[in-house]
Design a protein around this ligand. Structure first.
Ligand code: PEP
Ligand code: MG
Length: 747
């Protein structure tokens, strides 16, 4: 950029800062801004349009158009050149506006007299807040330098809008992050809860978009880049050369961090008067708007890398790291782009609700949320952008809707809903000590899934008969280092004590897939769900498995013990794991330690292959537990974490039910006890159908025991089975509709 223009735009920014620093209210500030830009750029018209709502732009200030049009002229997103600028997130620069595609004549503005038009999106981190427009009578395209200066100014306007500098009368001038917003996502855990936003990743707040001294600012930027580069280099050195994928990602990172064009663009922005932070955000905004248009997966990934690097750079510049997290409020609703199970476990049960921008129902974080009965909404687009720490929020997990900063009517209706749910819970509590016995006299053993000591109090509260699945890996996930045998043994002993004689089926470590231990060598695999996980790790590197089995035997200390192995796909895997147990027993015997009075060793059936294992397998195992979450993903070849494909396949799909029937028949033939412990067991209609097929033990999250029992006690399983059979005979893909229709008249 020529030196003259550079200093021109710096001058403009300097004047802008003065205008913005006044005590004026929002409208006066906006008026001053348009005046100033029109004057500096020697153009007849300068206008600012801001979003009134997600779809409507409103003229909020103008120099040159009719003053009466302010707050009257509106256009839809995509409508007219202004609407198109916002929609395309790109600059529209034309010498002949009336002849341009999309031009819309608005008589109230007197606009037809202006030939040239340049619209620049006012955007912050890819979020378009409005449009800055200049127009002139002379038919000319604005020069690249002029457009650049407008972009710089638009960046400052965006930052100031975010900071609430233009708050005033009218919807479009209300402070951002203050209006009620309803966000629609998908249901991942039902329930309703009221609380305040707690951001998993705090937003970086830039308070100084304009710099005083470009020299110093440039030095700050270069120092920060240097620190960023060093950080990336250290990460690269830390990455093991064996982790080719990780190294590749970091190499790409390094390439960006060292990109001279990236730095140069930011340096130019700084020379033009932006602060280093604003310059980084300006580049980040560009990358995000490109990301929104890019279809090529490789390009998208690279743009994601750039976005990530920009975040790191911003944190270096502002000193606002993850450690700058706000104090956790009393009733926190966690808002995040996504979250892993380990991170969620770290927050613990204090979280009252979770709203994720991404996420998936099948993920382990979702399982943890369900186990804790925390309402969870996933795919709530825009939530991380809209929500601020401390904002009031209502999470309606039943509808998959979050109400951010709700108004009073929404709040009142919501509280009624919570009261209704409390009454339903009371109903369930009243049947807590009654058996889950159907009208036809069949007893279904309802057990609960657990994984932490903190889950155990639910055993008595829920009315579960035992713990059908104790996910031992959750204990490993909440730690920063591998627990020792003595610690584990003490922990399992506490679990058994809390269970007070009720059976607890301890599942050995199921690490891998989305359960990643920070203290274990990362294992980059193209498809971790089908990769080196669970018993595969246990058998290949038996150290941890052995330690765990020993810890379990010692914890039992003469009491009955139940252990099951996850993700067994073949008879030989079960035999090898069982042999480890036998060795552990031999060792304990040698040491003179007490052995369990009764030992059950089972396998989880989570892949279709195991259903076709030789009879010997069904005879050798003490029991089988169907892990429906994994089983379904492999049966339908549909990733449990990919919402798009997961939802296509119903658990009550006739083919899946036929498969379950096959497993039930095989177990009946050999007299092998069979249970189902995937998430579906906790859904009342699914539980009912499983029971009708012949499953007699179901293990679920504690909060489901009441609703499942409530339904089971009101039905005759033979009738349910007849309805299912008829639907299947009719060729229905799923029996859900038939069963649901039938239920309407039963209960
Ligand atoms: C399952 O796959 O159904 C299961 C219970 O195990 P997890 O969800 O922990 O993989
Ligand atoms: Mg599983």
């Amino acid at each position: 950029m020529p030196h003259r223009l550079e200093s021109e735009s710096r001058k403009l920014l300097g004047r802008l800062r003065e205008a913005l620093a006044t005590d004026n209210e929002g409208q006066a500030r906006l008026d001053a801004v348009v005046e100033l830009i029109a004057d500096s750029m020697l153009t007849e018209v300068c206008s600012i349009y801001l979003f009134r709502d997600a779809e409507t732009l409103e003229l909020c200030a103008t120099k040159g158009l009719q003053a009466e049009a302010v707050h009257q002229t509106r256009m839809r997103l995509g409508e007219g050149l202004v609407g198109r600028t916002a929609k395309s997130r790109t600059v529209i620069n034309t010498a002949d506006a009336p002849a341009s595609k999309g031009f819309r004549y608005m008589p109230e503005t007197g606009e037809e007299r202006y030939s040239s038009f340049c619209g620049v999106p006012i955007q912050r981190l890819g979020d378009v807040l409005g449009v800055l427009v200049v127009q002139s009578k002379a038919a000319r395209e604005y020069t690249l330098d002029e457009v650049y200066a407008l972009e710089i100014v638009a960046m400052v306007i965006a930052e100031m809008t975010e900071l609430g500098a233009f708050v005033g009368e009218g919807a479009a001038l209300s402070a951002r992050h203050q209006q009620p917003v309803m966000l629609r996502g998908s249901i991942a855990q039902e329930g309703a809860s009221e609380g305040v936003v707690y951001l998993h990743e705090p937003r970086v707040v830039v308070t100084n978009p304009i710099s005083d001294d470009p020299e110093t600012e440039g030095a700050r930027l270069r120092d920060a880049i240097e620190e960023l580069r060093k950080g990336v280099d250290n990460m690269l050195m830390g990455a093991r050369s064996a982790d080719a994928d990780q190294v590749q990602v970091l190499e790409a990172y390094r390439m960006f961090a060292n990109s001279t064009s990236w730095l140069k663009r930011m340096e130019e922005d700084v020379k033009s008067g932006l602060s280093a932070e604003a310059a980084v955000e300006k580049e980040q905004s560009h990358a995000r708007s490109r990301l929104s248009r890019a279809a090529d997966p490789y390009l998208r990934e690279r743009l994601h890398d750039l976005d990530d690097l920009s975040n790191r750079l911003l944190r270096i510049l502002t000193g606002q790291g993850a450690e700058a997290r706000a104090d956790m409020p009393d009733n926190p609703i966690l808002v995040a782009r996504n979250i892993g199970p380990g991170e969620l476990l770290e927050y613990g049960k204090k979280i009252r609700g979770i709203v994720l921008e991404e996420g998936s129902v099948g993920s382990h974080a979702a399982i943890v949320a369900r186990a804790w009965a925390i309402p969870l909404i996933i795919n709530a687009k825009g939530v991380t952008r809209e929500a601020l720490n401390g904002d009031p929020i209502l999470v309606d997990g039943d509808q998959g809707i979050a109400h951010l900063r709700p108004d009073e009517t929404v709040q009142a209706a919501f509280r009624d809903k919570i009261a209704m749910q409390t009454r339903a819970q009371e109903r369930y509590a009243s049947i807590r000590d009654l058996p889950a016995e159907t009208k036809c006299g069949k007893h279904i053993s309802l057990q609960m899934n657990a994984g932490l000591i903190a889950d155990l109090p639910s055993l008595a509260g829920s009315g579960a008969e035992g713990v059908g699945l104790f996910r031992t890996e959750l204990q490993f996930l909440i730690r920063t280092q591998m627990p020792r045998r003595a610690e584990l043994s003490a922990l399992y002993a506490r679990v058994l004590k809390a269970a007070d004689g009720k059976r607890v089926a301890f599942r050995t470590l199921d690490i891998g897939s989305d359960k990643v231990l920070t203290y274990m060598k990362p294992n980059d695999e193209p498809n971790p769900a089908m990769g080196w996980r669970a018993i595969r790790v246990g058998l290949d590197k038996p150290g941890v498995l052995r330690m765990q089995l020993q810890a379990l035997l010692r914890a039992a200390n003469g009491q009955p013990l139940t252990v099951m192995f996850p993700f067994v796909t073949q008879i030989n895997e079960f035999r090898a794991a069982r042999a480890e147990m036998d060795k552990a027993i031999a060792r304990e015997t040698k040491l003179g330690h007490a052995l369990p009075s009764k030992l059950e060793v089972g396998a989880m059936l989570e892949t279709p292959s195991l259903a076709y294992a030789p009879d010997a397998f069904f005879e050798e195992v003490d029991f089988i537990s169907i892990g429906g979450n994994d089983l379904k993903q492999f049966f339908f070849a549909a990733d449990r974490e990919n919402e798009r494909v997961r939802k296509r396949y119903d658990t009550l799909d006739s083919s899946f039910l036929a498969f379950l029937t096959h497993v039930i028949n095989r177990c009946e033939k050999t007299g092998t006890p069979l249970s189902f412990c995937g998430e579906d067991a906790g859904r009342p209609v699914e539980a009912l159908c499983f029971a009708a097929l012949g499953l007699r033990t179901l293990s679920m999250r504690p909060a489901s025991v009441g609703p499942v029992k409530h339904l089971l006690r009101r039905v005759n399983l033979d009738e349910v089975k007849a309805v299912m059979d008829e639907a299947i005979a009719n060729g229905d893909q799923s029996v859900r509709r038939a069963v649901a229709d039938w239920l309407v008249y039963q209960v």
